[in-house]
Design a protein around this ligand. Structure first.
Ligand SMILES: [Fe+2]
Length: 269
C-alpha cells in the first residue's frame, strides 16, 4: 500500500456494529449490512465500541471483545472494512480503577478511551476523573457532548475539558441536523470554537443510525473548511488507533456569560 493511501484512510472511532452485545447490531446479518454501508461510504477502519457500565451490555471483558472482533472481521472478509477493538465507557467514580485494572478496552488497545456522560447532565467531579485518567496515561475522548442537555445550554464546558487534555468526538448525524436543532446548534458552535477533534458515526442500525461519515464531514466542511473537516475523520482518528500523541489547538474562547448582571444594567443604559 502506498503512503498516500494510508494518509487518506477514513476511520470511524465510535460504533455499535458488534452484533448481539448491546443496543447496536441485533444480528450478524445486520452487522454485515452495516459493514457494507460503511465501506460504500469510504470508511476503511471502524472501532467497535460496545457500551460499558451503562446497563446496555453485560460489560464484556477485553478478551471477549477481542474474540468477537476477530470473528466479525472473519465474517466481513478480507479487502473490506476492518474492525478494531474498543469500548464506550460510562463515566462513574469507578472509571479510573476500571481503566487501571484493564477492565475496559481502550481504542485498538492503545491509550485512548471513549467516555460517555449521562444524557442530561455533566457529572460533578468529571474534570477530576479525567485528570486521574490522564495521570495514568489514558487520554479520554468525550463522546457526543453536543447531545448533552447541560452542554447544549453552556458549550463552554467543553472548552474547559479540552484545556485539561480531554479530546472531543461529535457525532456525524448531529452535524447534519438529524438529531434535532439543539444538537445541531451545539455541534456547530463546538466546530466554530475548535472544540471538535473527531467525527464518528456512533452507528447502531443500518437504516435509523447508519455508519455514514461523509455527510457529517461535508456539513462540517461548510463550517470549518474541507481540509480541517477531513482531519476529523482521517488524520486525527489515525493518531488514536496508532496510539500516537495528538496535538490539538487551544479552543477559541466562548463569550463569558455573566449575562444576568449585564442584562439588568442594560435596561438602564
Ligand atoms: Fe455509542
Amino acid at each position: 500500500m502506498c503512503a498516500s493511501a494510508i494518509l487518506f484512510q477514513v476511520i470511524d472511532i465510535h460504533s455499535h456494529i458488534m452484533p448481539e452485545i448491546d443496543d447496536g447490531a441485533r444480528s450478524l446479518d445486520e452487522a454485515l449490512e452495516m459493514a457494507a454501508i460503511a465501506s460504500e461510504d469510504g470508511i476503511e477502519y471502524m472501532v467497535s465500541t460496545p457500551h460499558m457500565f451503562n446497563g446496555l451490555s453485560s460489560n464484556p471483558e477485553p478478551s471477549e471483545i477481542l474474540e468477537r472482533v476477530a470473528a466479525l472481521n472473519e465474517a466481513i472478509g478480507p479487502n473490506a472494512l476492518k474492525i478494531l477493538p474498543g469500548n464506550e465507557v460510562h463515566i462513574s467514580h469507578e472509571i479510573v480503577e476500571q481503566a487501571k485494572s484493564n477492565r475496559v478496552t481502550k481504542i485498538n488497545q492503545r491509550n485512548y478511551m471513549l467516555v460517555e456522560f449521562p444524557q442530561l447532565t455533566v457529572p460533578v467531579g468529571a474534570d477530576e476523573l479525567f485528570y486521574k485518567l490522564l495521570l495514568q496515561g489514558v487520554r479520554p475522548i468525550l463522546v457526543h457532548p453536543e447531545r448533552n442537555g447541560q452542554i447544549q445550554t453552556n458549550p463552554s464546558i467543553v472548552a474547559d475539558f479540552i484545556e485539561h487534555g480531554v479530546l472531543i468526538q461529535v457525532t456525524a448525524m448531529s452535524v447534519t441536523g438529524q438529531f434535532g436543532p439543539a444538537a445541531k446548534t451545539c455541534a456547530d458552535a463546538l466546530l466554530r470554537h475548535d472544540c471538535v477533534h473527531f467525527l464518528a458515526t456512533d452507528t447502531h442500525r443500518p437504516l435509523r443510525r447508519p455508519p455514514i461519515l461523509s455527510r457529517g464531514r461535508d456539513a462540517a466542511g461548510a463550517i470549518i473548511g474541507d481540509v480541517r473537516a477531513a482531519a476529523l475523520v482521517e488524520s486525527n482518528p489515525r493518531a488514536v488507533i496508532n496510539g500516537e500523541t495528538l496535538q490539538v489547538p487551544p479552543p477559541i474562547p466562548f463569550r463569558s456569560r455573566p449575562r444576568s448582571k449585564r442584562s439588568l444594567f442594560s435596561r438602564f443604559f
